[in-house]
Design a protein around this ligand. Structure first.
Ligand code: HEC
Length: 143
């Protein structure tokens, strides 16, 4: 029993470490930046664009919701960060997926890294605890 508790404690520590970029962020700043830079496509209430699962005639997907109905929470922190900083095409190319026409522009020239983390932390803060925990579990342990 003692051993099991020790294992559980270790797992807890790893999970906290794994999601740490989104801890202690400025959520108010993140929300303001979201409204300024992201809401035009992803929606003022993070609701995304209509029919976001179906590509348009040009093959480009509409912007998905960032609320719990979307798939933002299916991705680990680093993917979300890279997708925002580099844009969809570049972020996927870095992961070996080439030739993807993405409607998601890169914000690396407009936003500082900390600002991107603030926005992502704001997005996460709108999810129920269960979804936040599911997303945290996607993060591999890292420094
Ligand atoms: C011009 C429209 C547009 C703007 C502005 C925009 N996005 Fe996107 N975003 C998209 C589209 C379209 C996708 C869908 C995937 C693709 O086409 O690459 C996407 C996908 C994403 C994804 C990955 C997919 C997912 O599951 O969530 C993240 C993360 C993301 N956007 C974050 C942001 C953030 C943060 C901002 C503001 C800094 C932002 N986006 C601004 C259009 C936009």
């Amino acid at each position: 029993m003692k051993q099991m508790l020790a294992i559980a404690a270790c797992l807890g520590a790893t999970m906290a470490l794994a999601g740490h970029e989104l801890e202690n962020r400025d959520l108010v700043h993140g929300q303001a930046l979201y409204a300024e830079h992201c809401a035009s496509c992803h929606g003022a209430d993070l609701e995304g664009q209509p029919n976001w699962r179906s590509p348009g005639a040009d093959g480009v997907l509409p912007a998905p919701p960032h609320d719990k109905t979307g798939h933002t929470w299916h991705h680990d922190n680093q993917l979300l960060f890279d997708y925002t900083r580099l844009g969809g095409k570049e972020a996927l190319a870095e992961r070996g997926v080439t030739g993807f026409s993405s409607g998601m522009p890169g914000f690396g020239a407009l936003l500082m890294d900390d600002e991107i983390w603030d926005i992502l932390a704001y997005i996460r803060s709108t999810w129920p605890d269960r979804i936040q925990a599911a997303q945290a579990s996607r993060n591999p342990p890292h420094e």
